[in-house]
Design a protein around this ligand. Sequence first.
Ligand SMILES: Cc1cc2nc3c(=O)[nH]c(=O)nc-3n(C[C@H](O)[C@H](O)[C@H](O)COP(=O)(O)OP(=O)(O)OC[C@H]3O[C@@H](n4cnc5c(N)ncnc54)[C@H](O)[C@@H]3O)c2cc1C
Length: 379
Amino acid sequence: MEFRFTLEEEAFRKEVREFIRSELPKVRQGESFTKKLAEKGWLTMSWPKEYGGQEADHMRQLVYNEEMTYHRAPGQTMGTDRVGPTIIIFGTDEQKAEFLPRIVRDELAWCQGFSEPGAGSDLASLQTRAVRDGDYYVVNGQKIWTSNAQRADYMILLARTDPDAPKHRGISYFLLDMKSPGITIQPLIQMTGQAGFSQVFFDNVRVPAKNMIGEVNRGWYVSTATLDFERSGIGRVIGGVRLLEELVEYAKATPARDDSGKTLFDVPHIRNELADIAIGFRVGRVLCYRVAWMQARGLVPNYEASMNKLFGTELNQRLARIGLNSLGLAGQLTGGPSAPLAGRIAQNYLQAVSLTIAAGTSEVNRNIIAQRGLGLPRD
Ligand SMILES: Cc1cc2nc3c(=O)[nH]c(=O)nc-3n(C[C@H](O)[C@H](O)[C@H](O)COP(=O)(O)OP(=O)(O)OC[C@H]3O[C@@H](n4cnc5c(N)ncnc54)[C@H](O)[C@@H]3O)c2cc1C
């Protein structure tokens, strides 16, 4: 077993890092970072060449994702990491020709219309209806927690097309133009103060039948592929590594609050907790590498992706808690000149709560690990 990247992968890491250093600051002058990534072909580097990709292997993609996440750069879009790969597997030639080139060029913003007020973990209970009417389906119902709905050009929509079939077998998967008449978007304000997601209401919204991905009533199986792409990401672990490094540097440079002349880093419980969490991030990184390694060998990570998601999101919550406990009252500020680390710890503390819910809750992921990883019976 060799625990290192190849010389070529390390050279690529350097190239990505240099690109980020030169291009990311220009975002402040209004330049689009993702458009430049699209021009380099990096947004879709692992896609097949016939669809505008570079057929980069999974380890190269991993290096790229690591660098983008570490530098807090927007290196992926929902189109490139979830929607495009789903269309490549399940789409018709016509759908591929219509949507893939626009995703490669980063021309479309997407949102995911899966969850409903009565269907989250038990997604197959969804009730939004789509009824065939000539060349169209007419959609009525409601979605909730739809991230980015206000800015999206298209939604990947799950709707019930056969209410009499068993619940997993009566659902279809559509690409819905968000400018279609009959769509109402109501943003939901989170405790971070941002409106990251919305409720979306459908009142006789017409979606062309040709925009159905996969077969009618087989949309559930298409959606599980989309969710697998979503859960395999490494961002949930790597995202915290940078913040941990910043917290350690801050603790080393900041006097302890007891006038002892020592630094925060010398306070035993802070020091111990930071060491503990640093070990956690090393472990989390190896879990991420395992998922990428499996993908590189054509294996399909399943409970392994759940372990990755579960461990990474809970670790980030621990980091935020330790950070908040270490920084004292000022650590609760989310911004402004008095906020340590530009308020990132407090922001992370509020944000991290949602991480163990989105893309499958911790409980649901523990069930997957118990049943598929350990072979335990269903409850
Ligand atoms: C930040 C964020 C962004 C999101 N973005 C989107 C989006 O863009 N599109 C979208 O469609 N959805 C999105 N969601 C919704 C997300 O997918 C759901 O919140 C999630 O699937 C949980 O569903 P729920 O909220 O209905 O909770 P429920 O499913 O009602 O769960 C409630 C509680 O019961 C537990 N539970 C449920 N079933 C079981 C079980 N079988 N065993 C043990 N415990 C169980 C859960 O773990 C949880 O603690 C987002 C959520 C968040 C937090």
